[in-house]
Write a protein of this length. Sequence first.
Length: 177
Amino acid sequence: MKKLKEQRAKADLLFRRRHLLVTKPAHLTPEDLLVLDELVQLSPILKTVRAFEHDLHELFALRRTPAQAWKIWRHMRRNKSYLNNEHLRQALAVLSKENMNKLLVYLDHPSATRSKVRTNNHVERCNRVLRYLEKVRYKWRRRKTIIRHILLQFANWMNSPKNKEKPAAQRPRHGGD
């Protein structure tokens, strides 16, 4: 019974602090490092997972050149501890040579623009706002009122100062002048 409680406590610690396994080393506090060491002692396989995660971060670091990325990629593909773990082997399969060619296009862009790559977070944020407004005003759940509301929100967004389009004379030209 006591052993079972200890196992549950260890599993609980691992579950609550699992984010530390994928946190970049620069973002870890000394307390986090101690907890991470404790987690690795609980399950030694986590050391391999942590090393894989570190290599993955290094692969796509901001100031990485394609040549450096290929070197890291070859190291990862040859690492025996990664190949012995079924899950990491599957992750490495995703990083095939064909996929790496596609992913490394990202590294061809200057590092200043790479840090500003947009995701679909703006779409998710908009969806959250709309769901909130639906909950606040129950009558907005009808199709007609939802469409009206979305059109109104879109019109407000288009008319906001930061989204005003520049006049044609001020727009930068893209073409063969």
